[in-house]
Ligand binder design. Structure first.
Ligand SMILES: *[C@@H]1O[C@H](CO)[C@@H](O)[C@H](O)[C@H]1NC(C)=O
Ligand SMILES: *[C@@H]1O[C@H](CO)[C@@H](O)[C@H](O)[C@H]1NC(C)=O
Length: 313
């Protein structure tokens, strides 16, 4: 385990420093709200230095390219890159990140949990797969920082419109003992570094692009109280103590489902606010409707300039 930690630290530091050199050296980057975000990371570090468990942190963003993670984290100053205990955990597509042994090793060293998407793997995918339980445990028991792309795949839209958000994020907010911090992030430009339509050499990221990361303020904790209370009431009614397997009623029952939908919508609204703040027009009325994407295992250009591809992370 000690050896694993050392290799993990080496991997994460090397990769993130490489990302930083690449972002700083080869792209034009712009951020908003980064100082406030770093204050949050500092508070987490302080807690850990004093032997306390930090408050769990969930960051949520749109997903523009196969390189978003880890490239995004190259935006952090160097002093944040040399200790993995305050770097993000992430969910990565198992079909890509865990496709073979070397990749699996690399991504597990990089604090990426294997995640199955139902459109690829209906048996292992979904809201109750093991990595969801692991995520809840990591947030609850260790107070980790976890980054989520709730769209669940790359979505390259000419106006940075989002897909609907998947509901896993709602479980992370509802099922921890303490309310986690939630910080929305809106990114632009990563799609130009790795556009899905790029030609040979496809594996090479492009340079000289404008890249923007807008960090929102931490959402007021009170925003989640009502949802979390509702969840507790539901659990109590069903008589679930949180220790045994989750009963069917709480998995697929209408009220649990409805609660997850509402909470996920609320989270999406926080990222949408940041998109609006950058002057983008209101999204299309059906942008958050899963039906719109039902047959959407597409790849390539559509009428409105959407490209879509399965992300590795
Ligand atoms: C990393 O940070 C944690 C918490 O701040 C600290 O306890 C630990 O000693 C640090 N590890 C290294 C290798 O500096
Ligand atoms: C959350 O953590 C507390 C201790 O901080 C523990 O008692 C509880 O069982 C944990 N719940 C889950 C879902 O891991």
């Amino acid at each position: 385990m000690a050896a694993f930690r050392i290799f993990s630290a080496m991997t994460m530091t090397t990769v993130t420093v490489a990302c930083k050199l690449f972002l700083d050296g080869a792209q034009r980057t712009k951020t908003e709200g980064l100082p406030e975000f770093l204050e949050l990371l500092d508070a987490r570090k302080k807690a850990m230095d004093e032997g306390r468990k930090p408050k769990a942190l969930i960051t949520v963003s749109n997903h523009l390219s196969v390189m978003d993670d880890p490239l995004m984290w190259g935006i952090l100053p160097y002093r944040y890159l040399f200790n993995t205990s305050n770097l993000r955990w992430a969910l990565g597509s198992a079909d890509i990140c865990y496709a073979n042994k070397p990749l699996a090793t690399f991504f597990s060293l990089g604090q990426v949990l294997p995640t199955y998407r139902s459109h690829k793997d209906p048996v292992n995918g979904g809201l109750f797969q093991p990595s969801m339980a692991t995520s809840i445990n990591l947030l609850n028991n260790s107070g980790v920082w976890m980054h989520i792309y709730p769209e669940g795949r790359v979505h390259q839209h000419s106006k940075y419109q989002f897909r609907y958000f998947k509901w896993g994020i709602s479980r992370l907010i509802l099922e921890t003992d303490e309310t986690p911090d939630v910080v929305p992030i809106f990114i632009m430009g990563f799609d130009r570094i790795m556009h899905e339509s790029r030609k040979w050499p496809r594996f090479l990221p492009r340079i000289g692009k404008d890249v923007t990361m807008i960090f929102g303020r931490k959402v007021d904790e009170k925003e989640w109280d009502e949802y979390r209370r509702e969840w507790k009431v539901l659990c109590k009614e069903v008589g679930w103590d949180g220790k045994s397997d989750m009963p069917e009623e709480l998995r697929t029952g209408e009220r649990a489902r409805d609660l997850r939908i509402r909470l996920t919508r609320r989270v999406r609204e926080e990222v949408l606010k940041l998109r609006r703040s950058q002057g983008w027009p209101e999204e299309e009325a059906d942008a958050n409707d899963p039906e719109k994407y039902r047959n959407g295992d597409y790849e390539g250009c559509c009428d409105d300039g959407v490209w879509e591809k399965i992300p590795p992370i």
